[in-house]
Design a protein around this ligand. Structure first.
Ligand SMILES: [Zn+2]
Length: 360
């Protein structure tokens, strides 16, 4: 019996309540995973991350492969020990970064060659190499290499990327099987692509489902398409993914998107937005709004950031103090706002899980 298992506990319409089991513990779904690109959630200790209610975190295998190197992390005992996080970790394949960061990337049918944005050195990613990096890093969940073209790319490009993504998924799946599958302690998820083309999306989901991955990601959305296009593409994927497997929408973290996508049957999400917002003096507020912490109106405000929030920041500090930290560019400001923002999304996910169970 594999250590990896998705339990579908309840449904409410298309909204799903579940639990995913890994060798490093379980996480409740729908879930939001904060992102520690370089094996750190910027400015936060693992204890602080845990206290926000986060159970699963993300790291980026592309960035860690470039620096400090996946082999080095393996020698040092793997990613969990390296970053002192004993809960579930997912690493993404780096496909999105390779395609979005590199104007100097060169793609062919076997992989992609690109220049590091760190030191200009040349790297090559193939479906096999990205899985090997992730085997060395040792997260609970690894992602296959996919080709994510720009949202506005012509249909011929979308079609080629879609076919390439499926071929690469097959190669990754075969390699994973040759290593003993998820029994060796790592699950692998496939990634559905196809842009806003509903036929391609459906075909992608069906083909991946036939490959029987441990979970299914929906990539290439929230990259500039309209909300309506995003919803339609999401629907086209979800309809063809197996009921009993977890569904993961990549790179989405705005509260309204989390509400909408969970209502359409998505189980997990990740995004840099809560920590990036935190570092740029912005806090999530109820009702879909944000608080710009540097605004003069908070200079004498003794109230907590968000009255109804039970996070460490809102429990202990005033808006006036947070504004002072932001204006003075003190690093504690970014840390306290990041804590609030992650906690805020985890509260939202808890509400969504309650609703999935039929309790409002
Ligand atoms: Zn708070």
């Amino acid at each position: 019996m594999t250590d990896f298992r998705f339990e579908l506990l309840a449904t409410n319409g298309k909204l799903r309540r579940g639990r995913f089991h890994t060798p490093h513990g379980t996480f409740e779904t729908p879930c939001f995973a904060p992102v520690g690109t370089y094996a750190t959630l910027k400015g936060l200790t693992p204890e602080q991350v845990r206290a926000t209610g986060s159970e699963l975190i993300l790291a980026n295998s592309y960035h860690l492969h470039v620096r400090p190197g996946a082999e080095r992390i393996e020698r040092l005992g793997g990613l969990h020990r390296f970053m002192n996080w004993d809960g579930p970790i997912l690493t993404d394949s780096g496909g999105f970064q390779v395609f979005s960061l590199g104007h100097k990337n060169k793609i062919d049918d076997d992989g992609v060659t690109f220049q590091s944005t760190v030191d200009g050195s040349t790297h090559r990613c193939t479906p096999e190499s990205v899985l090997t990096f992730q085997k060395q890093l040792g997260p609970d969940i690894a992602m296959v290499l996919d080709h994510c073209p720009p949202g506005d790319a012509p249909r011929a490009t979308q079609l080629a990327a879609h076919e390439r993504t499926l071929r690469w998924a097959r190669q990754a799946r075969d390699l994973h099987d040759s290593w003993g599958g998820s029994a060796r302690g790592q699950a692998v998820f496939g990634i559905c692509q196809g842009g806003t083309d509903l036929e391609l999306r459906a075909e992608s989901a069906q083909a991946l489902a036939a490959m029987d991955f441990d979970g299914y990601a929906i990539g290439g959305l929230s990259v500039g398409e309209t909300k309506k296009q995003m919803a339609a593409a999401l629907d086209a994927c979800v309809d063809h993914l197996p009921e009993q497997k977890i569904r993961y929408m990549m790179g989405v973290g705005m509260p309204e998107d989390l509400l909408e996508a969970t209502a359409m049957g998505v189980d997990m999400f990740d995004c840099v937005i809560p920590t990036r917002h935190g570092r740029s003096h912005t806090a999530f507020a109820p009702g879909g709004g944000t608080i710009k912490m540097r605004n003069l109106q908070y200079a004498d405000d003794p109230n907590p950031l968000v009255e109804s929030c039970g996070c460490y920041t809102c429990t202990n500090y005033s808006r006036a103090y947070l504004r002072h930290l932001s204006v003075a560019d003190e690093m504690l400001g970014g840390i306290l706002l990041s804590i609030h923002n992650i906690h805020f999304l985890q509260d939202l996910m808890r509400d969504i899980r309650r609703r999935a169970e039929g309790n409002d």
